[in-house]
Design a binder for this molecule. Sequence first.
Ligand code: MN
Length: 190
Amino acid sequence: MMDGSKDSDSSNLDSLKTYREKRNFGITTEPQPSGKTTGSIGQIFVVQKHSSRSLHYDLRLEVEGVLKSFAVPKGPSMNPRDKRLAIETEDHPLEYATFQGTIPEGQYGAGIVMIWDSGSYQNMSKKDGKDIPISQALENGHAAFWLEGKKLSGGFALTRTKRGWILVKMRDEMADSSRDILKESPGPVL
Ligand code: MN
């Protein structure tokens, strides 16, 4: 998919082709990719609560100048026993991390987008005991990362299975099986 080119600008544009094709920027309120490929401080993560045809939570991680995106129908959990299906969706531009508002009727993803959590993350992915870049980890089908959000914190893992990607809270000091973070904190962070 993204092999070959070391030119981050062109691979970034290729990677956002699907994002552009799905949207009419004359109508939608969502950001048009500007070509910006670096975040502010560290690597961005955001979880957007998206009330479209069905409610879901879009987890996005900054990876090589774009936001790798996963739609999580049941949302993230702080309980390591919860396995949450995460459906991989098209890469989004970095500008999307601060987007919230209403996507107009008739447009792709029509409905309300709210920034449910945001912050930075650190890649913790390893293979055979060695650190690997998160882009490679995602390609391999297993990525681990430490979130520093206002609601979510600690280690999380995304694993590709036959039935799709699964998001789980890793067992660490931030894990908490007694909390229902979605009910506890349903509103926006900003
Ligand atoms: Mn969505």
